[in-house]
Design a protein around this ligand. Structure first.
Ligand SMILES: Nc1ncnc2c1ncn2[C@@H]1O[C@H](COP(=O)(O)OP(=O)(O)OP(=O)(O)O)[C@@H](O)[C@H]1O
Length: 615
């Protein structure tokens, strides 16, 4: 949730300005579709203009027929009805064209808005995603943008046609009978006043509804993606309650909104039809006194009805706009969020880096805890091509350290240099193009194995994909599937085993061919054959690259060119396996503990993770 989002207060003077700027921003999204909009407006003018003709014709129809009882000449009546039919047909055709054109514009604007929002989300940093729940973000992409869509397409179309009808209707009211018009229009300030007062409250509550739905969505998203954990802890009731509580909040807010909308509709309806009754009474007296004909009164009533319906539906549209302003506020809030990883205005070039990495007196904290920094005083240099194993207790800061290299976070103090250039001076895209990442929890995207490997370098040939898969020891198991490389892996790769997923991820990294590699070795159980295949693939992947391994396996640690031992965010030992074993200290302790466990053959404990990085 964004901090203080729903409780933010806006001074009354600031609100209209903000509303206006939001509308202007929405309008900017509509700019490419101005021709469509213009054509839509022309159709609206015709369709609504034609609709304004018929009350006048109705009046003439009355005077030409009902008041001439006994007259056998039906010519005038026939002509008027034919004219009416023609007008209705034309108006319907223009109305349909208008509806299509403006809806098309709305759908286009909304598609652009969704694309812009998603594309912007992808530029935001891990810090942002750590602070926002996925469900809340997807809710903005779906529910909020959907609300805006309603307005941009249908409500906008209605707004134009109602505006034309309103202006035209009022003019024609005066033409038909100025006196009656004054009586009718006296009610309009009341209508507008009500619309503004209640509308404002509707908007506030609408935002509460959207906020509550987003929060509930976020819970649902977590529970669904972690459904195995939920089920294994038989925590279904707890999750039901949590989601139910969120939905209750949104339900209550929605009820409040419905009450306000109902109140608005009721008041509007009474004001409109009450005014009509008054007109009927006053107009009837004028007909009786012979001041106007019955046809005139009928025309007037139709115009008044049109104007009344228009005013009432305009207030409905006004409501919709209020809702959409609430939703677009939430959308623009996201679009306005800037990444906390500023891009250099003139980035240094990084075409074919060697892959030297240097930490210069680096300190780092996540900025959310006031106490000691997570990393402090890191000062070391890794020559190109060296394999560095990071070892240390859980929470020592190993993952945090490697996360600084692709700039998921910026150092709080000091400098991180690649080939002598501060990473903050490089274009983020260039930097990351040269850094490969094989995380512990391999994430594959739903799609085929081929697509997942190709992710490493879109545009690579089939032969290159296969070559990478072979080097990653993945080719054999892939061709063993009936669909081979076209096998669909399921969401997050669930249809593959842990070891298979890792090897696909290694193939993906091989295809990317980065100069710098970050490897978080998996701690999850792999049988020894699978582990040997993964290990073999990893060794091939590391060749010739500067590699940082968060090492859990004895074999990796022994063969690493260098070992850095981290404790509480500081490097306390730096050397090779042999030198560190010789000098004693934390490394030897961790190593011996693990070795002992392995020697004891304790099946559950013999995984290196338990001792070298997990104590
Ligand atoms: N996104 C985050 N926001 C705030 N604090 C974090 C974040 N990620 C990690 N931390 C904190 O930073 C510290 C170091 O965590 P880190 O994940 O780097 O340790 P680690 O050595 O990799 O541990 P492990 O071996 O258990 O994975 C921990 O105290 C952790 O709580």
């Amino acid at each position: 949730m964004l901090p203080a989002r729903s409780t933010r207060t806006v001074s009354p003077a600031a609100r209209p300005r903000r509303d206006f700027s939001q509308l202007r921003r929405l309008a900017q999204f509509a700019r490419p579709y101005v021709p469509l909009l213009a054509l839509g407006i022309v159709c609206t003018l015709f369709s609504s203009g034609l609709n304004l003709v018929f009350p006048g014709l109705f009046g003439r129809l009355i005077d030409a027929s009902f008041l001439r009882v006994g007259n056998t000449d039906t010519g005038p009546l026939d002509r008027i009805v034919l004219l009416l039919l023609g007008i209705f047909a034309l108006s319907a055709a223009f109305g349909a064209a208008q509806s299509y054109l403006l809806s098309r514009m709305g759908a286009s604007v909304v598609a652009d808005l969704r694309r812009a929002l998603f594309s912007h989300l992808l530029t935001l940093s891990p810090r942002f995603f750590a602070a926002h729940k996925t469900g809340d973000l997807t809710s903005r992409l779906t529910a909020d943008v959907g609300t805006v869509q309603g307005v941009v397409s249908t409500a906008l179309a209605q707004l134009f046609s109602q505006a034309v009808t309103l202006v035209g209707g009022v003019v024609l009211l005066f033409v038909t009978s100025a006196r009656l018009s004054v009586v009718t229009l006296a009610v309009i300030p009341l209508v507008i006043g009500t619309a503004i007062t209640i509308g404002r409250r509707i908007r506030r509550v609408s935002r509460q509804v959207q906020d509550a739905i987003a929060a509930a969505n976020a819970n649902a998203e977590e529970a669904i993606s972690g459904v195995r954990v939920v089920q294994s802890f038989t925590a279904e009731d707890q999750e039901r309650e949590r989601y139910g509580a969120g939905i209750l909040v949104s339900f209550r807010a929605a009820l409040q909104r419905a009450q306000l909308q109902a109140l608005m509709a009721g008041v509007m309806s009474f004001l409109t039809f009450g005014a009509l009754a008054v007109v009927l009474w006053y107009g009837g007296r004028q007909v009786l006194s012979g001041a106007i004909t019955p046809g005139h009164l009928v025309s007037f009533l139709f115009y008044a009805l049109q104007v009344g319906i228009t005013v009432a539906s305009l207030t409905g549209i006004f409501n919709q706009f209020q809702e959409a302003l609430g939703a677009s506020g939430r959308i623009f809030e996201l679009l306005d969020t800037r990444s906390d990883l500023p891009e250099a205005s003139r980035p240094a070039a990084l075409q074919q880096p060697e892959g030297r990495v240097a930490f210069r007196d680096v300190s780092f904290d996540y900025g959310d805890r006031g106490d000691a920094p997570i990393l402090s005083g890191l000062d070391f240099e890794v020559p190109a091509g060296q394999v560095v194993a990071l070892v240390g207790p859980s929470g020592a800061g190993k993952s945090t350290l490697v996360g600084l290299i692709p700039r998921f976070y910026d150092v709080t103090q000091g400098q991180l240099l690649i080939d002598g250039t501060d990473v903050r001076e490089l274009a983020l895209h260039d930097l990351r193009a040269h850094v490969g990442l094989v995380p512990q929890e391999t994430l594959l995207f739903s799609g085929t194995i081929h697509e997942n490997i190709l992710y490493g370098r879109p545009g690579a040939s089939d032969a290159e994909v296969q070559q990478a898969a072979r080097a990653a020891n993945a080719h054999d198991f892939i061709v063993g599937f009936p669909d081979g490389y076209q096998t669909v892996v399921g969401e997050r790769g669930v249809k593959l085993s842990g070891g298979q997923r890792q090897r696909v991820a290694i193939a993906r990294a091989l295809l990317k061919n980065p100069r710098i590699l970050i490897l978080d070795e998996a701690t999850s159980a792999l049988d020894s054959e699978s582990e040997a295949l993964v290990q073999d693939a990893l060794e091939r992947l590391m060749v010739g690259r500067t590699t940082f391994v968060i090492a859990h396996r004895l074999s990796t640690i022994r063969t690493a060119g260098r070992i850095l031992v981290l404790e509480a965010g500081r490097i306390i030992q730096d050397g090779t396996h042999e030198t560190l074993m010789a000098s004693g200290g934390l490394y030897r302790e961790l190593y011996e503990m693990q070795f002992r466990r392995q020697a004891e053959g304790a099946a559950e404990l013999d995984r290196p993770a338990a001792s070298l990085t997990g104590v």
